[in-house]
Design a protein around this ligand. Sequence first.
Ligand SMILES: [Zn+2]
Length: 338
Amino acid sequence: MTRPAFPETLPLGEPHEVAEGLWWARLALPFQLNHVNIYLLREDHGWTAIDTGVNNLESRENWQKIFAFIGGKSALKRLIVTHHHVDHVGLAGWLASETGCTVLMSAGEEKTARHALQRDQPDRVARMSAHLRWLGCDDEEIAALTTGLFRATNYMGPLPEGIGGIAPGDTLRIGNRLWHVLPGKGHSVAPVMLHCPDESLLIAGDQILSSISPFIGTFGDAPLASPLRDYLAFLDGIEKTLPADTLVLGGHGRPFDSALQRIASLKTHHAERCDKIVEACRARPLTVRAMMVHIFTRKLDGVMTMALAEVLSHVNLLVDEGRLVAGGSQEVRTLSAP
Ligand SMILES: [Zn+2]
């Protein structure tokens, strides 16, 4: 199937048609990653939207343009949220109350989103400090990384009551297309993707992206977990089932139709990172923090917490596989390569 070329970027809030009745739009994000994609699907009597952007003034302004495009607020009948991260769910409550649309989300993602809105326990800094020490950060860095902690409530409004469930295995009719709900894994707890096999379209959330590698990280709440194992299993599975001509519509970046190549390069990326980590730990035991200089050549200002979480998910996989051995103490973990 030949497809038209897609623009590298889009003006915010100005939808671009990627397949008949299926529109790609971009909303501003106040992060290093400066945009999120949403998708709009035309139906006989209204529209379904996928994902929302964060809860801030600029996103709401972007949405005003989108409302004008779809023929007014009341034309939005349904919202499907791929996963609970603030850039995808932040405006779900606002959209539901502005438009009266129904909201669909997987049970696991809804639960995690509601949890994120309540999470600020008073011992959060102490728990995070202990985790960062275990990773090998020094006092000065711990102080810096636990100042001004990310709060989901800064970017996510209250969620609507009565969110409808959506689960892998479901089939949704949206306009004149049938979409199969497929499970994601690794980037989030229970993300969903929408696949239209008739036209080889995949609305992928953040599971497969055109240029950045989806964030797969391990944090202090489950420090020995390896979501990377789940993510690699996801890539293996989707690689076997996805037709080569699939058009991937991801949560960031641009649409692309080289899904299988992209999956292969994501697998290579993670394999190379694993090899680098093992190599670094061969000469002497290293903490996760001490590995960073061997893995990243770029500066990690402002993204250190996320980068540590990414490396930790690789490290935990390598420990599970026996390629690294964990040592050190309860307070500070070191890793060595046998
Ligand atoms: Zn995202």
